[in-house]
Each structure stands twice: as structure tokens, then as C-alpha cells.
Design a protein around this ligand. Sequence first.
Ligand code: HEM
Length: 505
Amino acid sequence: MLKKIFINSSILFSVRNSSTIAQKNPKPFSKIPTVSIFKLITGSLPGGKYYKKSLLDIGKSLNEEYGDILRIPSILGNDEMIIIFKADDFETVFRNEGIWPTRKALVTLKYYREKYKSDIYSNYGSILTGDGEKWYKTRTTVNPILLKPKVVESYRGIIDEVAKDLVEEMKNIRNDKSEMPGNFLDIIVAWSAESIVSVVLGKRLNMLSGRSNDENAQKLMNCIRQFLEQSAQFELGVSLWRYYESKAFKELIKVFENLTNVTSYFVNEALEKFENEKGDENVENSVFVSLLKINKEITTVMVMDALTAGVDTTALILTNLLYMLAKNPTKQEILRKEIFQFLPEKSSIPSYENMKQLSYLRACVKETFRTMPLILGSNRVIQNDVVLSGYQVPKNKNIALTFTQELVNPKYYPEPQKFIPERWLRDRTDNKCPHATESNPFSFMPFGHGSRSCIGKRIANMEIELATANIIRNFKLEWHYPDIKIRNALFNIPDSEMKIKVLDV
Ligand code: HEM
């Protein structure tokens, strides 16, 4: 064992040394290890090494096989892509992303919006799929409303109200073994949709407790689920859709159309309400109303993006977190102790001051992002020539940053497979605890980085923290099944029934 550790650490050392030299004498771009898309496709067929593998495993195999940088040449509508795995390289890319960073993602949604919905995006680009100056105009207008802590704080009451509805729903839907139904993820998606709609539009859909008879609310949920499931094959595979619109592609376009229609319905409804209540000082605060006072066009664009990007993401992280707490009862008890200390009553609404004290809760959220990442990474088109992992990479190349390998790098996160929230605490009492706060900040970016990072991160964190605090305040969670499997959709999603046991405390 010792010999193994010695060999591993000497490899690490020699790689580090040689990489320093390589940064000074970089190898030419043409020498970057290259994997053909043909090899990737055949590897994904039955019998191939990537067949039925999760994206996490595919990323790991590519890193092991080709090293810290590899190139996939352009083919049939897919741009050439450089894939990187190392935190130091991520830093280089982000420092060279330019003032209007370009991310080539959600390409089918972008295509749909440009081809069929140019009227909505004529003056202001989408935050999610737009680029250049039009993206910048929208982003800088919305930033103060979605990212300023004081403004986000004003949504605490409504987010807590929805979290308490989720707790009631969990009481109602547990079976005679006190377990959640297999489709618990759908309930959490309903919670997430309810939360973001109430923040953004100031409207309750009442989707929890089966109370909603609003057919548009149901439509919204269906569209978001279909988007998650159906767009993955086009995002991740060869872009043949650029040449030929298959039946599956046409169905995806229909999903985008439905999603746009249902969102437009909510936007128009909110507009009408706003017009009727104009001048009334008691009009409820919402992102919508705040933005509307600035610019109506941007308001529509922002609602489209928030409902597209802000539902499944948050729902999946809360699901993963509850699962991790159920599987780690000792950590769950530490968290419950902290929550009892600051929230003695089940009905209390956690204040800003209360939540600031819940450092173990925030550590549990971070450790969930690390151990069960939602996405493989992000990408940027670099604006300058750079050196990555010892190779020259000219400007304008599309770089895919694969975050997941660093999340389990023992150099940054000792005992990486273990769920250890303590590693995120600043004032550690246990000195033996592996410490993440000293690790490279570019090794942990669940919301991305820079001016194109997630605009919903503060809202998402508040939703997750309030839901978890309320759930752990009310229930003890247990897991009595084998470890869940993860499958590929647009995100990494659980492929097992989420039958978490919930017992009253
Ligand atoms: C736990 C929940 C969430 C996670 C993990 C997450 C993660 C991400 C990531 C990784 C990016 C790309 C960042 C980059 O390329 O640097 C992103 C972008 C984005 N997210 Fe989120 N997100 C979450 C929740 C939300 C919510 C609630 C909203 C709703 C407002 C939202 C709206 C967006 C938008 C509009 C973008 C595009 C930003 C831009 O390109 O300027 N996200 N998110």
C-alpha cells in the first residue's frame, strides 16, 4: 500500500515538474491527443466501452485514456472541441474568456429561438442562449435583481412558505412504511417549479398537495421534464439535426414551442395583473415587477430563461442532498442539532440571521455538489492564444471544461468518495478533517465562473437551504436500498426510485 502511495505521489510530483517546464516550452496544438468522434460513437454502441456509461464515467475514461487534454475534431455540424480536466487550465480559460464570454451549450434551444422566436429576442439576447452585446445588455440589467443579496433576501418569506408546503406534501404522500413514493423526484420538481414561479412571477401555482387544477402549471412541469429528457441526445451527440430534422428533433422543437407558449401565458397573466394593480403600493414584490419597471422586453426574456434553467437544476440538487443525508445518519444528526439550535420551532420562519449561523447546512450543500455533481462542466470559446496542459491552443477554440475529475481529486479533497461536509467548514474543530477550503477554488465551481456564471445561484441556494432546514427540522431521513444509479439526461439524474424513508422527529 505504502509503495503504491509512494509511486502515485512520485508520479504526481514528476507530472507537476514536467508540466511547469511544458508551460514554458509548449508543444504544438497538432500534438494534442486526438479522439475521433467515430471512436466515441462506436464506443457508445452495445459492446463499446462507453455503452450505457454515465457521463461522469465517460469523462473519467477519457481522462485516464488520453490525459489532461484531448481534442475531438469537427464533424458534421459539431465544432472542434478541446476537452480539459485540470483546475489550473480552467483558471487559464476563464482568464481568457473575454468581456462577452461565449458558451456553446443548449444549441438546439438556441437554434429554435433564433429561427422561430426572433421577435422575442430582437433587442435583448437570452441570458442562457444569447451571445455578445445583446447577452450583455440583458445580463447586466437582470444582475442586480437576481444577484444582490438584499433583493434576494426579500424572497425569503415566499420561498420558506413553499418549503413548508413540501414538508406537508411529504407527510401526505408517504406510504405505510413511511417511505416516499418512487417518483419522489417529480414532487421535488413541483416544489422547485413552485418556488421559482413564486419568486419570478409572484404567483402561487399550488402544485404541491395535488391542489393545482391549473392546466398551464401542469403543462409547464411536463415541458420542463421533456426538455431535460429529450434535448440530451442532441446536445451530446453528432449535430445531424443541422442537416436533417428527424422525428425526434421535430418533437423537441414542439417541446420548446409548448414551453414558450406556456411561459408567455404566465408572462401575459402577470402583465395584466400588474396593469390592474398599478399605483397600488401593496403589489407583491417579484422579480417580474422589479424588472418590468425597468424594461418590459427584458422581463419576458428573463422569465423564459428562469423557468427553463431554474427548475430541474435546483430539484436535482435537493434530491441528491436528501439522499446523501439519508445515507449518512451521523452527518444528518449533526445537521439536525445545528438546525434545532437556530430554529427551535417547526413553524418558525428562518431569518437571515438564523440562516447565516447554519454553516453545517451550507457545508452539506457544498459536499452534495461535490459528490453528486449535476453537470459534467461548462465551455468557453477562448479569446486569446493560451497554453493548456503544456500545449499551445490558439484563440477562438471551443474549450470544454470537465469539472468532475477535480471534484474527486485527492490532492484537493482527501478521501474524495466520502461525504464529509466538515471539509467545507472554516472553523474546523477536528484538525484531522480533510480541508476543502484550502483547495484550488477552480476545482469547485457548481455554478460556473465569471460574468457568465449562474444568475440564479443565490435564489437556488436559498431554496435548497430553506427546504433542507424545514425537512430536517421535521423528519429523520433513512435509506434502506442499494446505492442509486445515475443516468444521462441533460444533467446527471437519479435512475432509481427515490424511496427515502421519512420519520417524524
Ligand atoms: C442548484 C441549482 C443550479 C445549478 C447547479 C446551476 C448551474 C448553472 C451553471 C453551471 C451555469 C453555467 C455557468 C457557466 O458557464 O459559467 C448556469 C447558468 C445559468 N443559470 Fe443556473 N444553476 C442552478 C439554478 C438556477 C436557477 C434557479 C436559475 C433561475 C434564475 C438559473 C438560471 C441560469 C441562467 C439564466 C444561466 C445562464 C447565465 C449566463 O450565461 O449568463 N440557474 N447555471
